[in-house]
Design a protein around this ligand. Sequence first.
Ligand code: 5AD
Ligand code: FES
Length: 349
Amino acid sequence: SVKYLIEKLEANRILSEDEFRLLITEISDEELAFLKERACSTAQKYFDNKIYIRGLIEFTNYCKNDCYYCGIRRSNKEVVRYRLSREEILNCADTGYSLGFRTFVLQGGEDPYYTDDFLEDLIKAIKNKYPDCAITLSIGEKSFDTYARLFKAGADRYLLRHETANEEHYKKLHPPSLSLQNRKQCLVNLKEIGYQVGAGFMVGSPYQTVDHIIEDLLFIKELNPHMVGIGPFIPHHQTPFSNEAAGSLRLTLMLLSIIRLMLPNVLLPATTALGTIHPEGREMGILSGANVVMPNLSPTYVRKNYELYDNKICTGDEAAECRYCLERRINRIGYRIVVDRGDYKPLSY
Ligand code: 5AD
Ligand code: FES
């Protein structure tokens, strides 16, 4: 039965391909409630009722890539492009620090304007000013040497979603200039260098099948990342996928719970995309086993230009508004935001 599979997943932290297929396709609403409850209780065992916050600084929306799903893809000529200066980025960090953020996520399109020298200097400047903070990079595929240099400069973590672990599916989401093989190699390199690494994928992306999702789960289990970013695919009106359906809330929550049971101590955000498809999506994410939220610290004058998908939430809100809004939302469901780097802590078994 499905209930037995959930118990088996909790005990063994893995299922076979066929068991995953049965779980994902046959689970009833009642069984899903049980799955979420087991996932939540696992999160509480490792993290208590603590929620870690990460301040997201979207510093450039220029991108040399042309991913079919993404609103800031190179071919989108309607986007107003922007780049934040070193000073603007440091200002975001100042605001963030006063609001209690102890992790800054520097995210951007793949933008060659930001050279290794620039990034190295920026990372050093932030770490020098805020030695008690972690820096997470989310700037796409780079060489081993670049990753190593930025790590040496003080970067602690790296987010690079694999997007899909299936070769054919990967080709349907990306132009031929990008390859799954290179993406996976980047993740392996980042781990080897010593970063805390985040992989992940979109739920309900075009052409995704249940078998693809199972491949994603098995890939994640094997990679054993420190963080996993998953959120629903949401169409962007100026992309080739403008007429595709968004990923479902139910499946996204189910997968958050499954990932929590597979990797009990993983850092697992309730994503902005989840908050976009449902007004209480992030709360539901936490109640399915997520333990991280990543509100925006980007200046309000650029926010609406970093639209990876339509109707993204919080694009009109100041960093402080989001910070307090989130606090209220999280407290209401019995959790609390902590002022902490929220580093990955290895399992002791
Ligand atoms: N819907 C949901 N998520 C998206 N991302 C990019 N475009 C979309 C979209 N249309 C996600 C990708 C990327 C992360 C930064 O945002 O998974 O890795
Ligand atoms: Fe941004 Fe609520 S989190 S307004």
